[in-house]
Design a protein around this ligand. Structure first.
Ligand code: NG6
Ligand code: CA
Length: 502
């Protein structure tokens, strides 16, 4: 049953884009006219958060309304990992489908596929189509992980049956005779700085080993166009009914390889250039909505899965060419971090004619979409559905300036942090204070940390000693929330995150 009065919903989701990386959030050196256009006609949130400082856990929350530490496997996944969302779990797209929406995902998935039976040469047994999406056109994991192929509705696109795909993330099972970044650096057009030394595709070595599937391999330089076209096609095909499109960009995640016309778009090198390319993708969506005559009936949200990183494993001169640009804006830390730079992200919502343009200080998170859009479409949530999602619809639509009171976010190794009102409490954690390769402050500290975000957005002044009573009550509250519900253990300090196959 379709319900014409419900607006379409488009979620545009960047990968590793920081709080300061786009014009409307203060970036002076990266032109992002389309995202800025969305923001000037919509609501720009100052306190919009992902639930995690890395991809898989963050996306898990967006699609299930659950904190990632509830799921034992919702950590950065290898490219051949089984799906982390149980098909029985009520999801955001599933809920909208029940409300009459047609649902589609285009772009980066990174939530696993199959159920330990993954064979890239047949119809994949469990895909986004089994967890609420009617249509899917995805890359399985990340652009730096094999297999480097597109998967449409559970089948690898363009695969020649006589050249089957094999994938392994076990170094000992690497395919003999197959060139790798580690052994054949002469074949690389972009060198790796750490990790990323396995199979070479398109002159770039990736994480994991892959053989075969030559006709199906993607080309990084045309990926933006491929995904943008699929996104626009999906909207065009479903313009006469409510639709939900989750369009997850691959930019500015590594490897950063913009299409020809975006090379040199900024003085920041590939990282800046792919942000401009991503902005072009946003423009493609906005233009299509206008062309289809449905812009006024479409909620568009733009956000990011986690904070920024400069060197995430390739020599693309991101640090060297960064100049005075501040990818995380005024925030401390970045991707992987327990500090706000890890999870506080650009967050814009527009609904022309329905949401007044402006700014909001409400505390909101991607985990809230499920409860909020359930409320908007008059759906009740099932028992146990979206346990951490809050109905903050009024805040999202700019009718109220108050969102959540508290939020749990996590950094690498599933270490959790509590935000409550203006306070951020980071429990004592062991481990290095600085991630050595990526040069990002982790937030690890043997002492408790407490920051008042309203007067100290940069988390410079740890006031845990002055406000011992607040530290104690927040520690108790964090334990109360997580208590016996954590099924994903915190990892050993110094160890790579789960799923990191290196
Ligand atoms: C890390 C990768 C990093 C990136 C990250 C996932 C290495 C050394 N680092 O393991 O490059 O792929 O995983 O990023 O391999 S995310 O945005 O998908 O969470
Ligand atoms: Ca990411």
């Amino acid at each position: 049953m379709t319900n014409k009065q419900h607006p379409n919903i488009v979620v545009l989701y960047a990968d590793d884009l920081g709080f300061g990386d786009v014009g409307c959030y203060g970036a002076a050196d990266i032109p992002t006219p389309n995202i800025d256009r969305l923001a000037s006609g919509g609501l720009r949130f100052h306190q919009g958060y992902a639930t995690a400082a890395t991809c898989t856990p963050s996306r898990y929350s967006l699609l299930t309304g659950s904190y990632p530490w509830r799921n034992p496997r919702a950590a950065i996944l290898a490219g051949d990992a089984p799906i982390v969302i149980d098909p029985a779990t009520p999801t955001l797209p599933g809920m909208l489908r029940n409300a009459g929406y047609r649902t589609g995902v285009v772009g980066k998935w990174h939530l696993g596929l199959g159920k330990n039976d993954l064979d890239w040469n047949r119809a994949i047994s469990v895909t986004p189509n089994n967890v609420g999406f009617d249509y899917s056109f995805i890359m399985a994991a990340t652009n730096d992980r094999v297999p480097c192929v597109y998967v449409e509705d559970g089948r690898v696109v363009g695969l020649d049956p006589d050249d089957p795909i094999e994938v392994t993330y076990d170094r000992d099972q690497a395919f003999p005779g197959q060139p790798t970044g580690r052994h054949n650096p002469e074949l690389l057009k972009m060198k790796y700085s750490h990790g990323h030394d396995a199979t070479i595709v398109n002159g770039v070595s990736r994480i994991g080993h892959m053989r075969g599937g030559k006709s199906a391999l993607w080309n990084d330089e045309s990926m933006a166009q491929v995904f943008a076209k699929k996104a626009v096609d999906f909207m065009a095909q479903n313009g006469d009914r409510p639709f939900f499109l989750y369009y997850a960009f691959h930019q500015p995640h590594v490897p950063r390889l913009p299409g020809q016309r975006f090379k040199g778009a900024t003085s920041l090198g590939p990282r800046g250039d792919v942000i401009v390319e991503m902005d072009w993708c946003v423009g493609e969506v906005l233009d299509a909505l206008e062309r289809l005559g449905i812009a006024g009936n479409t909620i568009v949200i733009f956000s990011s899965d986690n904070g920024p990183v400069l060197d995430d494993g390739y020599e693309d001169r991101a640090e060297e060419l960064n100049g005075s640009h501040e990818p995380a804006g005024p925030l401390r830390g970045g991707k992987y971090s327990l500090f706000d730079g890890g999870t506080r992200v650009p967050f814009v919502l527009s609904w022309p004619g329905h949401v007044d343009p402006g700014e909001s200080n409400a505390l909101v998170s991607h985990v809230d979409f499920q409860a909020s859009f359930a409320a908007m479409t008059n759906q009740g949530l099932e028992d146990l559905e979206a346990p951490d999602s809050m109905d903050v619809l009024d805040a999202l639509l700019g009718k109220s300036n108050s969102g959540r009171e508290e939020l749990v976010v996590e950094g690498i190794q599933a270490k959790t942090v509590l935000r409550k009102h203006d306070w951020v409490y980071i429990p004592p954690y062991e481990g290095p204070a600085m991630e050595p390769n990526k040069k990002i402050e982790t937030g690890n500290c043997p002492q408790p940390q407490l920051y008042n975000i309203s007067c100290d957005i940069g988390q410079i002044r740890n006031v845990a000693v002055e406000y011992g009573d607040i530290v104690r009550s927040m520690a108790i509250r964090l334990n109360e929330i997580i208590g016996g519900n954590r099924t994903r253990p915190m990892q050993e300090p110094g160890k790579a995150d789960a799923g990191d196959p290196q």
